[in-house]
Design a binder for this molecule. Structure first.
Ligand code: SF4
Length: 971
């Protein structure tokens, strides 16, 4: 309005003076003739966006202010989405390999031939042994579909990328508090007074955490970041703690030690909401040693503080005692969980002075931090005048909270000790009474869930049959050895060995082990490797060079050891050259998609939400959405859920048809909003033919706000639990008791000690016994034990830049200008000691290999750690970049230095380089040494043969800028 007034005035003046007309600047030009809403896919935050279109082309993208995830904020990645869409690396047509695998020689084929070829390969596998299909997806946001499709096919060999990303964090949380950080929970941004962050990546957890941090800063809350590197969020924190990689669990347990020493724990919270008072049988050598004492109905018992009698711990009248030994009726002893943990963590080995050297954090800092946590939690509790009813039906007139919140991500997760570190962090939260209380960490619905959550993984021998679907999903949460996927002799049932004795709680699978195991035929050979969006020939693999060899290796008869590889991607990534059949995907702006409560939701702590993507433009190439292709393939293969009673396609309309009409359970489908014939139901309801239209009318998202009385204490909040059961989030409205002490872990330990019908092999017993400790503990990352500390004294880690999300972002013309080539960041003092200056080239050497990289000196980094940005280095020719692109000549990957297997420790067997509980890839365990490169060549190493451009792609552009093609057309 002001601009308009000014314009009117200037026009009037021009007229009055009769001067020559002045050309007015167009201050608010109309940039579009149409605006469509959808959901960003440039990282995993899934913000709402508005896409401006002009003449049918995408002209501009902005954040949607109405959207619950980002409230209008758009990051650099989201702003550059337009260049992702118009990338010259987009595949254009299905491809069939004609040269040797890896040569990049393909011929273009039609979709009919592509789909017929896939069916020709897959149908015999399903008819004989469905496990010979290994179906693994990368940063797939449609796992509710892809996992279900694998079940329908009948193979347990399915997972997405969680096993090499953050399963330690997810499993650590789900086995402890029934939820976890990030997608399943968030800090109470509104009330927290102290936020403690561990290993937070700046790319995935992007706009929501930026909004939250600014909210904390505006209120003057303190932010402490624990991270070896002081970038991004660590750089704006009030305090940065430059911890030594892999020692976070030790720091956390030292904080626990200090809180226990000072008596600063929330005893009432522990007794009410956790298993701190549950009695644990103490009878070493017995088959039930370390299990909970239960009544005849299986209810855990406690000793009532008032009567001294044993009572069911879930009895409303029980006041569980937290200490003191109990002699049971059979004369055996039991003690409460809290006593066990207090004894363990009060030990001097967890004292600040004892851990300071290993963690690199001064003892005084640890003591001060513990005191600050306690002060923030207990000295000024947050009290909300909000009434609520607990699961025993008791009415509370207010909500009292501990304003200490925590947040963690991959930095603590991607270690071989990550599962226990994540559990330790939740233990710390619980001692402070700060889970799902005002000011603390908050669950996002549909969490919390029972501990461990349902279901269990399917794939046992009786669950896999030729030509049949599996009885359940391939991924889940084992409750004990009985849920493992192993043969009678203990051999793993899955190609990645998830849910075997190698990694019993591998809840997200072990994608990083698939190629090595398939190549070795261990535990069995497969026939078809089918992958989606997983750059396994480059930055998504450990041991990259050997992975490439495995993909191309042949048997003595000349056939490939991995016989057939089908790959789907939107872009000409490094992996494309290793496929036999390429199914080109669309970009995310050309397809329907679903961000589902059945999958990885976008809820907030104040209520559930889900979203869709709608096509904002039609593809201009012969490509198809992968989800449509998968549904089509399923129908052609006759998979039960994908064909109707007459054998015709059940979802002839493809993915949008499936989104609306598929029901996972009665009334529960991929989308929770506007269900029922008239669209008035939410959560549960019959399919609504107009559901997608309703989403589009609401800017492509659905959201529900919980009443104030349901927003905290969700684990024991009667009204919330009733609501959650009604929505189908949980099977019944029972309270979730948080598990400081994990009985499932103890069951595995007992098996290793020789109890029960299912036990590990001899060579596996010690490992299971050690790492299946029912209480969190810290041990050095495996690499520190196998790599000699004198030869390899330094830690090497990657960080993820805010402006890029894996290899997608680092081929984006606009984002490449921010991070064109990565450097090896070296602590300044360390560089001086090595005679290395800025821009020098160095060798970085691990027990597995060596790389050459260019250096940048830095102050804000742990003194024993070097680091670089992740996934910027590219193979020459990949992504349709110039072979002389800086990403290829100067960029580099740490992946070449990381072995995918641990050395044989005299057992004749090599375990995956992973956490022994969950199988999480231990990327950040890497140990190295540094040496000046004297050869003078300004070229990163290793270098590989240049990949040719796949058929159908445009010539590699010398200059890439938005609108360049249009400009050339016009001129
Ligand atoms: S934070 Fe992620 S989802 Fe949100 S705009 Fe940025 S890239 Fe897109």
């Amino acid at each position: 309005m002001i601009a308009g007034s000014r314009n009117q005035k200037s026009v009037a003046m021009a007229s009055a003076t009769d001067a020559p007309a002045i050309k007015q600047s167009e201050l608010s030009p109309s940039i579009s003739d149409e605006v469509k809403t959808t959901t960003c896919y440039m990282c995993a935050c899934r913000c709402g966006i508005k896409v401006h279109l002009k003449d049918g082309r995408i002209r501009y993208i902005e954040g949607n202010r109405r959207h619950p995830v980002n409230r209008g904020v758009l990051c650099a990645k989201g702003s550059a989405e337009i260049m992702q869409h118009y990338s010259p690396a987009r595949l254009t047509k299905p491809l069939l390999r004609v040269g040797p695998r890896g040569s990049g020689e393909f011929r273009e084929i039609e979709w009919d031939e592509a789909l017929a070829t896939a069916v020709d390969w897959l149908a015999p596998v399903r008819a004989s042994d469905p496990r010979k299909l290994a179906f693994f997806t990368g940063r797939d946001q449609s796992q509710a579909l892809t996992g279900w499709w694998a079940s329908q096919f009948g193979t347990p060999n399915y997972a997405a990328h969680g096993g090499f990303c953050s399963v330690n964090m997810a499993a650590g949380g789900l086995y402890t508090i029934g939820g976890s950080f990030w997608e399943f929970g968030e800090p109470d941004w509104e009330h927290s007074r102290l936020l403690l962050m561990f290993g937070i990546a700046e790319d995935h957890d992007s706009n929501p955490i930026k909004l939250g941090l600014s909210q904390l800063k505006a209120r003057g809350a303190k932010i402490v970041s624990v991270n070896p590197v002081q970038t991004g969020y660590s750089a704006i924190a009030d305090e940065w703690i430059g911890i030594t990689p892999g020692s976070d669990g030790l720091l956390v347990l030292a904080l626990v030690h200090e809180l226990l020493r000072a008596g600063r724990v929330d005893v009432d919270y522990l007794a009410r909401y956790t298993n701190a008072g549950w009695l644990v049988r103490q009878d070493p050598g017995a088959a039930d040693h370390g299990l909970f004492v239960r009544d005849d109905d299986g209810r855990p018992l406690c000793r009532d503080r008032n009567s001294g009698e044993l009572m069911a711990a879930d009895d409303a009248a029980a006041a569980p005692g937290l200490t003191g030994e109990v002699v049971l009726g059979d004369g055996r002893r039991a003690v409460p969980v809290f006593q066990l943990l207090a004894e363990r963590y009060s030990d001097a080995r967890y004292a600040p002075d004892a851990v300071a050297g290993r963690t690199g954090v001064a003892a005084a800092t640890i003591r001060r931090l513990a005191a600050e946590l306690a002060a923030a939690a207990f000295d000024e509790p947050v009290i909300l005048p909000v009434a609520w009813t607990d699961s025993h039906g008791r009415r509370h007139d207010k909500m009292v909270g501990r304003p200490v919140s925590m947040h963690a991500m991959r930095g603590i997760s991607a270690h071989s000790n990550g599962f226990h570190t994540c559990r330790a962090l939740h233990l710390l939260q619980l001692l402070l009474g700060s889970v799902d209380v005002p000011g603390g960490f908050r669950y996002k619905p549909p969490f919390p869930k029972p501990i461990p959550p349902a279901p269990q993984p399917a794939g046992r021998p009786d669950q896999v049959s030729p030509g049949q679907p599996m009885a359940g999903p391939p991924l889940g949460f084992p409750r004990g050895p009985e849920d493992l996927l192993v043969e009678a002799d203990g051999t793993p049932r899955r190609i990645d060995k998830a849910f075997s004795w190698d990694a019993p709680l591998a809840a997200h699978g072990m994608m990083h082990a698939v190629i090595t195991n398939a190549w070795a035929g261990d535990p069995y050979p497969i026939d078809v490797l089918f992958m989606y969006m997983a750059n396994m020939a480059w930055n998504s693999a450990m041991n990259t060079a050997d992975t490439i060899k495995m993909l191309t290796d042949r048997n003595a008869d000349g056939h490939y050891r991995i016989p057939k590889i089908i790959y789907s991607d939107a872009y000409a990534s490094e992996m494309v050259a290793y496929a036999d059949l390429v199914l080109p995907d669309t970009t995310h702006l050309e397809r329907w998609d679903c961000i589902s409560l059945l999958d990885r939701p976008i809820c907030s702590a104040d209520g559930p939400a889900d979203a869709i993507r709608q096509p904002v433009v039609a593809p201009d190439r012969d490509v198809r959405p992968f989800q449509d292709v998968l549904i089509d393939l399923g129908a052609r293969l006759g998979l039960p859920g994908l064909v109707d009673d007459d054998g015709g396609a059940r979802y002839p309309g493809g993915y949008p048809d499936y989104l609306v009409n598929h029901e996972r359970g009665p009334g529960v489908g991929p989308l929770a909003g506007w269900r029922g014939a008239d669209g008035d139901s939410h959560g549960r309801g019959a399919p609504n033919p107009a559901q997608l239209e309703r989403y589009i009318e609401n800017d492509c998202f659905w959201q529900q706000e919980l009443p104030a009385g349901q927003r905290y204490f969700k684990f024991a909040n009667k009204d919330y639990l009733d609501y959650a059961a009604g929505m189908g989030f949980i099977a019944e409205a029972a309270p979730v008791v948080m598990q400081l002490y994990s009985e499932p872990l103890q069951k595995f330990r007992l098996a290793a000690q020789g109890h029960g019908p299912r036990q590990p092999a001899e060579h596996q017993r010690a490992r299971i016994e050690q790492y299946f400790d029912p209480l969190p503990f810290w041990y050095p990352p495996f690499e520190e034990e196998v790599a000699d500390g004198r030869d390899f004294p330094l830690h090497a880690v990657t960080q993820r830049p805010m402006a890029m999300y894996h290899s997608w972002g680092s081929q984006n013309a606009w984002l490449r200008q921010i991070h064109t080539a990565n450097r090896l960041y070296v602590p300044a003092a360390l560089a001086v000691a090595h005679g290395v200056a800025d821009d020098d080239w160095v060798w970085l050497i691990s027990r597995h290999g060596q790389i050459k990289a260019q250096v940048r000196l830095m102050q804000g980094v742990n003194p024993h750690t070097v680091w670089t940005w992740n996934a910027i280095g590219k193979r020459r020719g990949a992504w349709n970049l110039d072979p002389q692109a800086p990403e290829a000549t100067h960029g580099f990957l740490l992946n070449h230095l990381i072995d995918d297997l641990l050395p044989d420790r005299g057992q004749g067997y090599r375990y995956a380089n992973a956490d022994p509980v969950t199988g999480q890839a231990a990327w950040y365990d890497l140990k190295v040494r540094l040496a000046r490169a004297e050869d003078g060549a300004a070229l990163s190493e290793p270098q590989f043969e240049t990949l040719p451009t796949p058929p159908g792609l445009p010539p590699r552009p010398a200059v890439l800028r938005y609108g360049e093609r249009d400009r050339r057309r016009r001129s």
